[in-house]
Design a protein around this ligand. Sequence first.
Ligand code: 5GP
Length: 192
Amino acid sequence: MAKGIVVILTGASSVGKGAIRDTLLADPDLKLFYSISETTRPQKEGEVDGKDYYFVSHKQFAKSVRDKELLEYAEFNGYYYGTPKAQVEFLINKGKNVLIEVEAQGTGQLKLNLPDAIAFFVMPESIEELENQINRLYGDDQATVERRLSKAKMEMDLAPLFNNIVYNNDTEKAVAQIKSVVMEEMKKRAAE
Ligand code: 5GP
């Protein structure tokens, strides 16, 4: 059986990856399973443990790193985030396609561990739009706004390293662009 395809969705912080992710996951043609990350970040209202993230302690996260249970991990805004290896390997070995959403630093490690993965870098419509979005989300906490913005700018410098850059002017268009690349790859792999 052919292995499943790994789709990596990354990009600058606060760029709207979440809406793209949810639309891709809901698309029956793509048959994507979501890779649930481990994080030390506190659970937010409305988030479900084991669905949105596995919320773990620092001690548990450190153990996962030590035991080499993560395909990649990174620190973001004072918390750790990582992609559990067993879950992704189980799914792709069963021929299932997997979607991994990570911040930009994690992608390099993922590509080393999963060289056949297809990575998409989501860019904001413009820096101004990104600033507005960060202000809308975190405007009551100026330190977070500054941190998110400077991190997003640094991440955008990584964009040229990606083959697939997607401008998020319009979620539907961004999704259509990603879908066509993934469908093409699915056809190619089915023919191999
Ligand atoms: P949030 O706290 O807003 O849910 O996520 C913060 C950032 O962490 C987002 O850019 C998200 O894409 C990223 N992220 C989520 N899971 C992972 C992961 O497993 N690894 C890495 N490197 N980043 C992640």
